[in-house]
Design a protein around this ligand. Structure first.
Ligand SMILES: [Zn+2]
Ligand SMILES: [Zn+2]
Length: 88
């Protein structure tokens, strides 16, 4: 199984109905509040910060990076199996 995460913020990305990679909240762009620094990934884009009501600025656009979960799991499994056998 493969997942795609955003290069900039590390959030797990998903495909929207048009086939675009978007952040978990559905937004292509992460917006950052200029007053409190909150990051917003909601879509449709709110016109102000949901935390403090401050102005939101575009922070970055989703940029997918492929991560393979299978490879990590196999490496962990090979390391653990011999120890489990000797302890039994
Ligand atoms: Zn991101
Ligand atoms: Zn804010």
């Amino acid at each position: 199984m493969e997942v795609y995460v955003c290069v900039w913020c590390g959030r797990t990305l998903k495909l929207d109905s048009r086939g675009c990679w978007v952040h978990p909240g559905g937004a292509l762009y992460i917006q950052r509040c200029e007053r409190c620094g909150a990051e917003v990934d909601a879509f449709p884009y709110p016109d102000k910060c949901p935390v403090c009501g401050g102005r939101l600025l575009d922070d970055h656009c989703a940029l997918p990076r492929r991560m393979s979960l299978v490879g990590e799991r196999q490496a962990g499994g090979l390391g653990h199996t011999p120890r489990a056998r000797t302890s039994l």
